[in-house]
Design a binder for this molecule. Structure first.
Ligand SMILES: [Cu+2]
Length: 161
């Protein structure tokens, strides 16, 4: 026979189960932070006197985020130069929008293939910069081929924290 005490116990059990579920839901909602999409413009001129330039040149994002590279005209693209060892290399079609998912943390140095010599490069940092030393080392060699706006990459890399 059910007593008043049994009913009270059932009610209490239901109540605490409900609270537990709420806490679990809140926890899940916190952990599944939505991946963001960012945009980098590949510009022929940025309006402030800079030509053949990525905007922004340095960008910090979170692992799992995507970046869409938007060429201002048919003369620009993006191609990876120095990236984390586990990351997939990329090379986009000239003049086409391109979206890349940054699944590996670290520093990514990339260029516009035809405007590399004019210093059209960019840096994207994904979470912590474990491979910064490696990227700087590769830039010392690769950077020898850049004749204009070489200091841009140094200023972008200096923003990596
Ligand atoms: Cu370009």
């Amino acid at each position: 026979m059910r007593t008043k005490l049994d009913s009270a116990r059932d009610l209490a059990t239901q109540f605490f189960t409900f609270i537990g579920l709420c806490a679990l839901l809140a926890l899940c909602a916190n952990n599944v932070a939505a991946a963001k999409n960012h945009e980098v413009q590949l510009l022929t001129a940025d309006g402030s006197g800079q030509t053949m330039v990525m905007s922004p040149g340095y960008l910090k994002i979170a692992k799992g985020d995507t970046v869409t590279f938007v060429p201002a005209d048919v003369t620009h693209n993006v191609e990876s130069v120095a990236i984390p060892s586990a990351a997939k290399k990329f090379s986009s079609t000239m003049g086409q929008k391109f979206t890349y998912t940054f699944d590996e943390q670290g520093v990514y140095l990339y260029k516009c293939t035809p405007h590399f010599v004019m210093g059209m490069l960019g840096v994207i940092q994904v979470d912590s910069a474990d491979n910064l030393g490696d990227v700087k080392k590769q830039w010392e060699t690769v950077g020898a081929g850049v004749v204009m706006n070489k200091e841009r990459v140094a200023s972008y890399l200096a923003q990596v924290k």
